[in-house]
Design a protein around this ligand. Structure first.
Ligand code: PAZ
Length: 354
């Protein structure tokens, strides 16, 4: 079957029209209830809360979904960053694509570092004189010695987070699930005012097929090319920044490009259009070791350290974060990204108190 996909941008949904016409996911109410309890507990404890979104969204083509559009994101950025936010004493709502990488377990992904490969089976010889239970001899399962230091570190952090209850996980699959969840979670986070941070690293589809135009059953082949007309997903950053969070939360979005020359200008356009605090530009092939933070100049948040740069418009502050993986292969760029955002978020909170 040859597939030709036509994308037109004539039909744009406002956020309002989107939510009035596209149905919420069935688990929304239950999900919101759990988020509310989590946020209230941490608000009471005076802890900052970050919403980390992670992984790609799907766009189903049928109501009884057999086929869907997807994207490349594995959720590495989100899962890794969530760990660094936890280390910085944030409570984390980790809203991720089902089956994408998650904090802690990401170190043992089945494709890159399968857990079973470093477990060893040791047969335990029965003590002399003991008759055992007569069944098979007992075994101990141990961890390969070279893997123990890392496992100990990951497991210790994981157990501490569980004990303190600082990680709450939510899942989405479709772009529709994502939009409904984001709006609902933002309403819950509003009680935190400036103590809320949004770290929107999910790769969200720009286009979707409204439910009203989806085929009920599997699209049939045999009639030649397939033409699908998609609508633009509403730009929800604007209502998020202006209405849902009332301009108080510190909002960081990501911009992915494949042409690196577009990173800074497109990040500036996004800031001017949506009015939030930071856009992190990353290009597909360099995203693991180089990103650029673009933000409107704001002396209270930037401090005196923000020197004007020659890049971009003077209204914006542009700062690159780079790491050298040849020198330090274990370094994760998310450590530096999160470190910088935690400092800026602190100043954002302090600037309102001042
Ligand atoms: O999930 P991952 O680590 O493979 O990729 C991360 C990323 C490139 C999806 C993220 O850094 C990003 O840019 N998210 C926003 C993408 C966008 O909608 O422009």
């Amino acid at each position: 079957m040859s597939v030709e996909t036509t994308v037109t941008t004539e039909s744009t949904f406002s956020a309002e029209r989107y939510f009035a016409t596209q149905p919420p996911p069935p688990s929304l109410e239950q999900d919101v209830l759990h988020v509310r309890q989590f946020v209230q507990r941490h608000a009471k404890a005076g802890r900052k809360v970050v919403l980390v979104t992670s992984g790609g969204t799907t766009v189903p083509l049928e109501l009884n979904v057999v086929r869907f559009l997807d994207n490349f994101s594995a959720g590495t950025r989100g899962a890794t960053s969530a760990e660094y936010f936890l280390k910085a004493d944030y409570a984390v709502i980790f809203m991720h694509r089902q089956f994408s990488l998650q904090p802690f377990s990401r170190h043992y992904s089945h494709s890159t570092h399968p857990f079973l490969d470093f477990l060893e089976i040791e047969k335990v010889e029965p003590e002399q004189g003991s008759s055992g239970d007569g069944a098979s001899p007992p075994y101990n399962i141990t961890v390969t010695p070279s893997e123990r230091p890392q496992l100990l570190e990951v497991l210790t952090a994981y157990k501490a987070v569980h004990k303190e209850g600082t990680l709450h996980t939510l899942t989405f699959v479709t772009v529709n699930d994502y939009l409904w969840l984001l709006r609902a979670v933002s309403h819950e986070l509003a009680i935190l005012g400036r103590n809320a941070l949004y770290y929107l690293a999910a790769a969200v589809s720009d286009f979707f097929l409204p439910r009203q135009r989806m085929s009920e059953h599997k699209i049939q082949s045999g009639k030649g090319s397939l033409h699908i007309e998609m609508d633009e997903v509403p730009k929800i950053l604007k209502p998020l920044a202006k209405e849902w969070t009332r301009g108080e939360a510190f909002i960081v979005s990501f911009k992915l490009e494949t042409d690196p020359t577009l990173l800074i200008p497109k990040s500036q356009v996004a800031l001017a259009r949506y009015g939030h605090q930071v856009v992190i530009g990353n290009d597909l092939h360099h995203r693991k070791f180089q990103v650029v933070l673009v933000s409107p100049r704001n002396k209270q948040v930037d401090g005196d350290t923000a020197q004007p740069t020659s890049e971009g418009d003077s209204k914006y502050r542009v700062s690159w974060i780079r790491i050298d993986l040849a020198k330090d292969p274990k370094k994760e760029i998310e450590e530096d990204i999160v470190g910088e955002l935690v400092r800026r978020h602190r100043r954002w909170i302090d600037s309102s108190e001042a």
